[in-house]
Ligand binder design. Structure first.
Ligand code: 26V
Length: 802
């Protein structure tokens, strides 16, 4: 089908016409996308079958990556790339006068995630398959991904996202593998001889129907699966109100929760979590049973990884199966469970740590609650043995306390490995947030610094740069991204540096076109493209960035001789619909954009662009065009960041705090190739502990700060519905929790250095090259290699067939 341009073309044409019953000329880009997608999926299925046969035959140990989010983005281009058929398809289409890029644009993003955590899961799947490792994803097939963002009068408005509107060519529905998930009801105990048994009665059940999506490895004939569960009504007939039941059931996989704040305590969210876990664990056990007969060896053949605490109920669910269905004893079941399960923590922000009130948990999941209670009791008894009399410590470590179930505690206690996502983050977990657990079981804790797939984020997103790198150092780095360091040989090669700069320039032109299309703003191609794209959160400090823009504006207005190096400040960010403060910041950025872009004296030097609806496919256009990468979170707050790595790999230079993985970027490239500013994590944590920061002092003693902050309320920037008092208050009345004012001058100074350094084209291009050269470490292939070896103990199975 893809063996030659000719055969591709003829099959494509035939299929296009037979599918839509219209002549080729009449078909739309969407029609063409659907047919091409179908062809690619058919092609994949052959390898999919072979991969599964290989896994079955070798009985290879398999990891299941459980995640409430998978932020996949578009799949067509990536599948073509990994299958190695992009060129055939491109040529064939060209002969038909079709541009492959346009077909790719007809695909909607699979946006089943909020941000970093969900995108990490997607990169991990790509790496698992590309390293030929037996590893599958398990998630939820949300009907609506993360909301679509529009700006109306500068305010964020959310529209329901509809990625399934045109169907999903990549998925295969498997109704024969559906499982029933029980909720509510009551538990009856009875004796079977000596054994106390449990039965879940009068439960309301929801059917979980799997949809499998192929995850294609890079040119290695490996195809793993992402299994997404969809909630449907059970066929059982005894429901009073059928319509009501149908609605309530389908609600479970209806929407992705749009906040990465977990303080809501919504029943539906807990339902989603158990739905994911119960369906996944059942199907894992079923597939284990097909290949193996002794459930006691489960941990030797299966690893279950929980991505943050959302799937943590996998622990009591596996216990339930081992106890109630397999009839093992508690100790034995517990040993198997903990050996099977491992856990990654993704944040130390206490607001984000999940806790469920017993009053919600217990009635919804009665049997699971009983098991959690027993886990807690036994755990507390163990603690007592070691820390007899230390009530306070035991209370702090308990899984259930103050009428709440602490999901992170359950995750740590019930798994054999707990990891953070960057060196600094893991250190903070060990020595601060989770210190008591670290003291108790230090051997569980380990670090796995995040990574990104260089296939999507470099090869796919930046083909020109890929070509240049190949010319420079060959293509070994494609399978071994750490070989990108070979580029260091070229760091003084002027010709190469100029070509690198030219590619950046071309990418900037493309992005500028997109900006013009979407916002009507014309940007200066010679200006510095200074980019901050990520979710909107106070701790990520988009506010620091925008206050600095206001400062530049004020200074230009005041001093006619002040001419900063021209800059285009580019933002992309979605705010949680209920996150009032974040939405104010969005309005502020849009207001500042209006002010700056329409000021005749200023707009030739500074432009501000806020792109709507930031998502994976837009990100793929942004990273290759960035000169400066803004990674400016309050130190200690950003667990890792992964955008920082995507920018680096595309040759942008980081302007950042010593936070998350920025620390490791800094270590790899040295201080000349990154702009570090601001408080260190240690200092921030000391202020939190001991006080001593008074934001008003910075306001009073720094005129720049005073003018900018006053601008928020004196009408310089004002929104039509009042001013920016809540932001003003957060800075001065609430003592600026995130140290925006404290870090302001250090940030402004770093920005000034960037302005000076950028004008030296060769020097800047060299920094850019050094960033690219050292980005290979941040490939998710390295990360997944570490998980596979240290945590999951999985390896590439022998190729037995052939
Ligand atoms: C949630 C909340 C809720 C309360 C307000 C502050 C806040 C901050 C972060 C979160 C997100 C929790 C989980 C998450 O998405 N973490 C992200 O995981 C990425 C992948 O490991 C990592 O790169 C990001 O630094 C981390 O924020």
């Amino acid at each position: 089908m893809f063996s030659s341009v000719q055969s591709f073309k003829s099959i494509f044409l035939k299929k296009l016409e037979s599918t839509y019953g219209k002549s080729f000329e009449e078909t739309t880009k969407q029609d063409q996308y659907q047919v091409l997608g179908q062809m690619v999926r058919e092609y994949i299925s052959e390898y999919w079958i072979l991969t599964n046969e290989k896994y079955r035959f070798t009985k290879a140990k398999t990891v299941y990556y459980l995640s409430i989010e998978f932020l996949l983005g578009r799949l067509l281009g990536n599948n073509l790339l990994n299958l190695g058929i992009t060129d055939v398809v491109k040529k064939g289409l060209k002969e038909l006068n079709i541009n492959l890029d346009e077909i790719e644009e007809a695909e909607s993003d699979a946006g089943l995630g909020n941000g970093g955590l969900g995108r990490l899961a997607a990169c991990f799947l790509d790496s698992l398959a590309s390293l030929e490792l037996p590893g599958h994803g398990c998630g939820i097939r949300y009907k609506h991904g993360l909301f679509e963002q529009k700006f109306v009068d500068g305010f964020q408005v959310e529209l329901p996202e509809q990625w399934l509107r045109q169907g999903n060519v990549w998925e295969v529905r498997k109704p024969d593998l559906a499982v029933e998930i029980p909720f509510w009801g009551r538990v009856q105990t009875y004796h079977d001889g000596e054994r106390l048994c449990f039965q879940h009665l009068e439960a309301e059940t929801i059917m979980a129907v799997p949809y499998d999506m192929p995850i294609v490895g890079y040119r290695n004939k490996t195809v793993n699966a992402l299994r997404l569960w969809s909630a449907e009504p059970s066929p059982l007939p005894y429901h009073k109100d059928v319509m009501q039941y149908k609605k309530e059931t389908e609600a479970v996989s209806e929407i992705l929760y749009p906040d990465d704040t977990h303080d809501e305590g919504k029943i539906l969210r807990l339902k989603q979590q158990y739905f994911l876990v119960a369906a996944s664990v059942r199907s894992i056990i079923r597939s284990y049973r097909k290949k193996n007969n002794n459930i006691r060896d489960l941990h030797e053949k299966v690893s279950i990884h929980i991505n943050d605490t959302h799937p943590v109920l996998a622990i009591p669910e596996l216990m339930r199966i081992l106890l109630d269905e397999e009839r093992l004893g508690w100790e034995e079941a517990w040993e198997i469970t903990t050996k099977t399960i491992s856990y990654t923590n993704h944040t130390t922000m206490s607001e984000a740590l999940e806790k469920w009130p017993i009053r919600i948990f217990k009635p919804l999941l009665p049997r699971i609650y009983m098991i959690v209670e027993e886990i807690n009791e036994r755990f507390c008894r163990e603690l007592w043995k070691k820390y007899e009399g230390d009530w306070k410590r035991i209370e702090e470590m308990a899984i259930i306390a103050h009428d709440q179930v602490k999901m992170a505690h359950l995750a740590i206690v019930g798994s054999h490995s707990v990891n953070g996502v960057a060196y600094l983050h893991t250190e903070i977990l060990k020595h601060r947030e989770m210190n008591l657990f670290y003291q108790y079981e230090p051997e569980k804790f380990n670090n796995k610094t995040n990574g990104i797939t260089h296939r999507r984020w470099l090869i796919k997103a930046n083909p020109e740069l890929t070509k240049l790198i190949k010319e420079g150092i060959g293509d070994k780095w494609i399978r071994q991204p750490e070989q990108l360091t070979e580029l260091m040989r070229l760091k003084d090669d002027e010709q190469f540096l100029i070509r690198l700069k030219d590619i950046k320039q071309k990418n900037k032109e493309k992005l500028a076109l997109r900006i013009l299309q979407q916002t009507g703003t014309k940007v200066d191609l010679a200006s510095i493209f200074d980019v901050q794209v990520k979710r909107l959160h106070a701790y990520k400090r988009q506010l620091l960035n925008v206050l600095h823009i206001l400062y530049l504006f004020n200074r230009m207005k005041e001093d006619r001789n002040f001419k900063p190096y021209p800059r285009t400040f580019i933002f992309g960010a979605k705010a949680s619909p209920g996150y009032y403060y974040a939405k104010k910041i969005i309005k502020l950025i849009n207001t500042v954009a209006d002010l700056v872009n329409n000021d005749k004296e200023v707009c030739d030097y500074i432009k501000v662009v806020f792109l709507e609806n930031y998502r994976v496919s837009l990100a793929e256009e942004i990273f290759p065009a960035a000169d400066v990468s803004e990674q400016i979170s309050t130190a200690s707050k950003e667990a890792s960041g992964t955008g920082n790595m995507k920018f680096m790999m595309n040759g942008a230079v980081t302007l950042g705090t010593m936070d998350g993985a920025n620390v490791e970027i800094f270590e790899r490239i040295g201080s000349e190739n990154i702009y570090i500013f601001g408080l260190r994590a240690e200092e921030v944590m000391n202020y939190y502990q001991n006080g001593g920061y008074h934001s008003r002092e910075y306001y009073h003693y720094d005129r720049r700060i005073r003018e900018v902050v006053d601008g928020l309320v004196n009408g310089i920037v004002s929104d039509s519905y009042g001013h920016f008092e809540p932001i003003y208050d957060s800075l001065l009345m609430q003592n600026d929790q995130y140290f925006v004012l404290k870090d302001f001058s250090s940030y402004a100074e770093a920005q000034e250095r960037i302005g000076m350094d950028f004008s030296n084209v060769l020097e800047w291009s060299k920094k850019s090259l050094i960033n690219i050269a050292n980005s290979g470490y941040f490939s998710s292939d390295r990360t997944i290699g570490e998980y596979a070896k240290d945590i999951w103990k999985i390896s590439t199975p022998q190729n037995v067939l052939q």
